[in-house]
Design a protein around this ligand. Structure first.
Ligand SMILES: Cc1cc2nc3c(=O)[nH]c(=O)nc-3n(C[C@H](O)[C@H](O)[C@H](O)COP(=O)(O)OP(=O)(O)OC[C@H]3O[C@@H](n4cnc5c(N)ncnc54)[C@H](O)[C@@H]3O)c2cc1C
Length: 506
């Protein structure tokens, strides 16, 4: 193919503003999918400004992203000093002293066209089958700090299809992807952008660096983090603030020394005015306290964090203010925003890196030419903003469906008005334990059930269709599934040992 065969309107130059996870994920994806000659790709970042550097927990979809890039997993884990994640343990969220697990993968097996949890509920309401975790490989393995990847153990074995994600060091992740993207032709420019110039159409025409260098491109990707240099500051897209539903607005983060036992899960412990994360990596544990500044001061939040570490702090506490919500438009004219510049939802379910991945895959499916078709842009915005709302509702559920009455923060969350769609979901669940997934919603019925059940929401009944299976058969099937899960967990190796064997960092 020669240059003249190509659409004369095609995008020939792309400027990515920002070199955090969003910037380098974008650079890697575009370099991979567009190839070396389609367009010149330049990424600008400022070491002086730095990156937010706290996105360390992921969901299983990240594996699809790595596969798309052709990344070898063991090498990836080694380079990012990562570990494996089977889900999230929630401590003290529903009431003080209560713990539950939100696993990846599904519970048991779906039977007779119904979700497994319909049968679980039936037995549970008869006073049998008290523990949903007995039917999750991930929950069982997590509680014993075990991990392995899928093996070929036959279609009936849960070991043949183990859903998992990663924990990794966010700084090393950006560095890793930088190496990947630069090796495929992406050019990096170091320097602070001090001006953004618009052209006669109101599109971004150039960004100007402190050095005086101008970078002109057909398409700009705003990955400038919370600053939102292009989508917000230059193009004036407002921010929709969801603080009334998700009141946390600050985080304080500090890494600490780890222990020999390496849990294959993120822990989220509810505190009086927020919650604390704990992410085990190979070389340290990442910790942070996400809190509402209206309910607790920085000093108090830091004291709570430091009092609840597993080992010696390895750095000074670092504060990250944030606003939960999103830009009114995340693609405007010739600028698409990915990452924190497009919006932010707190890391309770590790969804931010996913939102970058999702934005990228949808954007590549709608990739523009220089005509920047408005109908395509509108559709992209609608899809992404719907995705934001769906995830938002899932996060609100964790705060709202609580019995906690021990602080003003929890009183607020428990009694606040919630979005209509979430209220409807909760009403439907309370009747028969049913969960309906909206359209292409990220979280499936296992996730919604895990959190609703975990937050101690108990439905009044169960799906009446579950009675189509005889009671004895239901008992036998569930007992068999629980036994298979137990045996499978027994077979799995220790998480730390597995990493040592396959992907230990140098
Ligand atoms: C407390 C907290 C915890 C989080 N935990 C998770 C998690 O567990 N899992 C998850 O998926 N996500 C998590 N996230 C979100 C995740 O960190 C981000 O989505 C991800 O790091 C992407 O950030 P970014 O690249 O958009 O922004 P940043 O990392 O802030 O990068 C912005 C880039 O823009 C550059 N830049 C800005 N202004 C200029 C300028 N004027 N000139 C030149 N360059 C400029 C900066 O130098 C930097 O390179 C968390 C976020 C927070 C706040």
């Amino acid at each position: 193919m020669t240059d003249t065969d190509l659409n004369p309107e095609r995008v020939r130059s792309i400027c990515i503003v920002g070199g955090g996870s969003a910037g380098w994920m974008t650079a890697a994806t575009m370099a991979r999918l567009l190839g070396p000659t389609y367009a010149k790709i330049t990424l600008v970042e400022s070491e002086e400004i730095g990156i937010v550097g706290v996105g360390e927990a992921t969901i299983p979809q990240m594996r699809t992203f790595n596969r798309m890039l052709g990344i070898e997993e063991d090498e990836f884990i080694r380079q990012t000093r990562g570990s494996f994640k089977l889900g999230i343990q929630f401590v003290d969220w529903s009431r003080l002293g209560h713990t539950y697990f939100h696993p990846f993968g599904s519970y048991g097996v779906n039977m007779g066209g119904l979700s497994f949890h319909a049968y679980f509920l039936r037995l549970n309401q008869l006073g049998e089958a008290p523990d949903i975790d007995a039917f999750s490989l991930q929950a069982g393995a997590a509680s014993h700090a075990k991990f392995m990847r899928s093996v070929d153990a036959g279609t009936k074995s849960p070991l043949s299809d183990i859903a998992y994600a990663y924990h990794f060091d966010a700084g090393l992740y950006a560095r890793y992807l930088r190496g990947y993207a630069e090796a495929r032709g992406v050019e990096r420019r170091e320097g602070r952008i001090i001006d953004v110039r618009l052209d006669e159409r109101g599109h971004v025409g150039a960004v100007v660096l402190e050095s005086g260098e101008r970078i002109e491109a057909d398409l700009y990707v705003d990955c400038s983090g919370f600053r939102a240099l292009l989508i917000g500051q230059a193009l004036g897209n407002d921010y929709v603030d969801w603080k009334h539903w998700l009141p946390c607005d600050r985080a304080v983060a500090v890494p600490c020394a780890g222990a020999e036992r390496m849990e294959p899960y993120t822990r989220s412990t509810a505190r009086a005015a927020g919650w604390q994360w704990r992410i085990p990596l190979q070389h340290r544990i990442g910790n942070g306290h996400v809190y509402s500044s209206a309910h607790v001061s920085d000093d108090e939040a830091t004291a709570v964090l430091l009092a609840n570490l597993d080992g010696e702090p390895l750095a000074d506490p670092r504060y990250v203010p944030f606003r939960t919500g999103h830009r009114t438009r995340v693609w405007d004219r010739n600028v698409v925003a990915l990452g924190l510049s497009s919006g932010f939802m707190e890391p309770l379910e590790s969804t931010s890196l996913w939102m970058i991945q999702s934005g990228l895959s949808r954007f590549m499916a709608m990739f523009p030419d220089r005509g920047f078709d408005q109908a395509t842009i509108d559709r992209y915005n609608r899809i992404i903003l719907t995705e934001y709302e769906e995830i938002r509702d899932f996060l609100i559920l964790h705060y709202h469906a609580t019995e906690r009455t021990d602080s003003a923060f929890w009183d607020y969350c428990r009694t606040m008005p919630i979005p209509d769609r979430l209220a409807e979901k909760m009403r439907v669940y309370r009747a028969h334990g049913r969960v309906f997934r909206e359209n292409e919603e990220l979280f499936n019925d296992t996730s919604w059930f895990a959190v609703m059940w975990g937050q101690l929401m108990r439905p009044r009944g169960y799906d009446p269709v579950a009675d189509a299976m005889g009671l004895d058969l239901t008992r036998d099937r569930l007992a068999e599934i629980a036994a298979v899960m137990r045996n499978s967990v027994d077979y799995m190796p220790d998480h730390r040992a597995y990493i040592r064997q396959h992907c230990a960092a140098a």
